[in-house]
Design a protein around this ligand. Structure first.
Ligand code: PFF
Length: 447
């Protein structure tokens, strides 16, 4: 049975959904701790280069494949390259989306928990033991974080169930601007703190010595991919709901720039405060959940800001998680002829189970460190963001750069007959894949 595929109501609907996918925990929670762990300013420059030279061109690649094929991540490759093994990359994408959402929803669950605690006024004042220990005692318990993780997945499933665009387009329209306004207010406050200058120096004044550490490059690349939702097939799937009457280059550029702005502003919120409160900038994934409450605690009406902030963060997380869940869902709907309902529930359940490991890794399973010193959550993140996503993105680049003719590639991206088209094509065909390979080899210590 061939049911009509869903599509966006308008190009704006697509833009909002794609921005909603891009802007999420990655911009605030992940960006701040990865930048903090990698020395700040020099990392920021590598990240910006990754976004401009690799990220945004590949965003156009990914969306244009989906729009041309009008299918999910596996189906798109199958349709455009029948009988060839490219579709295998689609399965990697599905695997990456499950892996990412597995830990993403645990962190989003923390955000829900914080929202709830602000709403009830519990976090209006610093708990006796301090925000740090309070966070620790919450995340190390067995069931509490799992309940919030489960709740987050239920919300994500419910939205995907009822058709992606209905709830999500509207939510994005209201909450993305709200998140932007809140972050700017917070940045203003953060900048007024004693010691803010040190934080700004950390973020904007490159300390080039960190460049001798080979992991900085792969971290910057991984962050660019993660933040732009690139390489999984989420943007491909979203692109597949677009018709050819909507032009892509401006839209993808806008999405990339907005996403980057959100990341920089949250850096300006967090690092001045980190230094003002003498918190270590490399304290890792917990940074946002301890630092921001300390700032709110010092602000007039900070408790209310806390409510709005964690509400916005939770919604930003939902609009991203929906796009991740949509990857396996759209695949199962087509390939297994499942209903949207069944596909969303089964995929969501698998993700919930994956997330249990990530959650317990904060407490009872803290001793389990699959990769280096990384706990389960950080290892899932590392594998997905630094390996699966860049590999997924590189495959897409090779597909458009080498499987397509130049003419087909430029047509698919709405860049025919433009000078920009040749620049983009060169980046996609040569520069981006070569850079990704070099960064990989170098992370493996082979270069
Ligand atoms: N871009 C999202 C964020 O920054 O929070 C995370 C994400 C969403 C990654 C969708 C990958 C993806 F396919």
């Amino acid at each position: 049975m061939n049911m009509a595929r869903e599509s966006w109501a308008s190009k704006l609907g697509f833009m909002l959904a794609a921005m909603g996918s891009a802007v999420g925990l990655g911009n605030i929670w992940r960006f701040s701790y990865v930048a903090g762990e990698n020395g700040g300013g020099a990392f920021l420059i590598l990240y910006l280069i990754s976004v401009l030279v690799i990220g945004i061109p590949l965003l156009l690649v990914e969306v244009s494949i989906g729009r041309k094929a009008q299918s999910d991540v596996v189906g798109s490759y199958e349709k455009l390259a029948p009988g060839k093994p490219w579709y295998l990359a689609g399965f990697f994408g599905i695997g990456a989306s499950l892996l990412i959402l597995g830990f993403y929803s645990v962190v989003a669950g923390w955000s829900f928990y914080y929202f709830w605690n602000y709403l009830n006024g519990f976090f209006f004042n610093e708990p006796q033991e301090g925000y740090g220990p309070a966070f620790e005692s919450f995340t190390t318990t067995l069931t509490q974080p799992l309940i919030w993780h489960g709740l987050f997945m239920v919300v994500t499933i419910l939205i995907v169930l009822s058709g992606v665009k209905k709830g999500i387009e509207l939510a994005n329209k209201i909450f993305m601007p709200l998140l932007a306004i809140l972050l700017i207010i917070l940045a203003g406050f953060s900048l007024s703190l004693d010691g803010a200058a040190e934080g700004m120096r950390f973020l904007f004044q490159p300390d080039w010595s960190v460049l001798s550490d080979p992991t900085v490059y792969i971290s910057a690349l991984g962050q660019a991919f993660f933040s732009l939702s690139l390489g999984v097939g989420a943007m491909m799937t979203y692109g597949s709901y677009l018709s050819s009457s909507h032009k892509l280059p401006g839209a993808t550029f806008g999405i990339g720039i907005m996403d980057t702005l959100f990341a920089i502003i949250s850096g300006v919120v967090i690092f001045p405060a980190v230094f003002a409160f003498s918190i270590e900038p490399d304290s890792g994934p917990v940074l946002v959940f301890i630092t921001l409450p300390s700032i709110f605690n010092q602000m007039p009406f900070g408790g209310y800001v806390g409510i709005l902030f964690f509400l916005s963060l939770s919604l930003a997380a939902i609009s991203s998680s929906v796009s991740l869940l949509e990857v396996p869902v759209s695949y199962l709907m087509r390939a297994a002829s499942w209903t949207r309902r069944k596909a969303a529930m089964v995929s969501g359940l698998i993700i919930f189970i994956l997330g249990i490991g990530a959650s317990l890794g904060m407490g009872v399973l803290a001793g389990v460190t699959p990769i280096g010193e990384n706990n389960i959550m950080d290892s899932m993140d590392y594998i997905a963001s630094n390996i699966f996503l860049p590999l997924g993105g590189m495959t897409m680049a090779l597909f458009v750069g080498w499987h397509f003719t130049k003419r087909t590639a430029l047509e698919a991206a709405d860049l025919s007959g433009t000078g920009l088209g040749s620049v983009w094509y060169g980046l996609v065909r040569y520069i981006a894949p070569i850079l990704i390979v070099i960064i990989f080899l170098q992370a493996l210590g082979l270069f």
